[in-house]
Ligand binder design. Sequence first.
Ligand SMILES: Nc1ncnc2c1ncn2[C@@H]1O[C@H](COP(=O)(O)OP(=O)(O)OP(=O)(O)O)[C@@H](O)[C@H]1O
Ligand SMILES: [Mg+2]
Length: 229
Amino acid sequence: MSDVVLSLANAGRTYPGTPPVESLRGVDLTVRAGELVAVVGPSGSGKTTLLNLAAGLDRPTTGSVRLAGQAVENLSDRRLSGLRAYALGVVFQQFFLMDHLSSVDNVANGLLYRGVPADERRRAAAAALDRVGLAHRAGHPAGKLSGGERQRVAIARALVGWPALILADEPTGNLDSVSGAQILALLRDLHSDGVTLLVITHDATVAEACPRRVDLRDGRIVADTGWTE
Ligand SMILES: Nc1ncnc2c1ncn2[C@@H]1O[C@H](COP(=O)(O)OP(=O)(O)OP(=O)(O)O)[C@@H](O)[C@H]1O
Ligand SMILES: [Mg+2]
């Protein structure tokens, strides 16, 4: 059996309020190394909450979240940051690139929290940019790239340290259909290379292209096609 990269056991997240919002309830999910998993569900079903828990950006109010073998709820903020720096790459819908920095410097920033020397960061960043087909835009300020190119830079930044898991929140959500198809092809290509990916998506084409699909409704998993390899 392959290594488990991410597991949620009875994981829940309730936001305080009157009444409190049970954004995620009793979720059990195991992702193994090498999987490409799509998480789908209507607006408000808990997709981003799930991503935030998986990314260690938020902590569960019930149950447990294990990332690369470590229970995030038991780690101090400092140790959690360390774990995230080594185990995780995240691709956000809004890219979150620094527009004035070049593509290669944006990607190199993906290694900032590992304490890697600058010249090594740049070398790794150049290789990651090449991997996503953007070597020819290495010196371009990120703010001058097209939407599809910006998303490639964001993927390269998530990929640059070869983390155990890449999480992506609506990676095609802000793109036209041609750029979206190219990003989907890239994600599938990374999957064939053995990269582990969890992709949150509203896009049926993206979900259909993933070997495994998990459906969320009202904070619960209502369907999971399961592990296929
Ligand atoms: N910080 C918060 N405080 C209170 N309620 C929240 C908070 N974050 C999310 N929620 C609520 O939790 C539920 C799930 O939110 P979440 O953002 O996970 O949904 P989603 O599936 O990502 O939706 P979308 O597709 O619209 O992005 C929603 O009802 C939302 O209003
Ligand atoms: Mg969301």
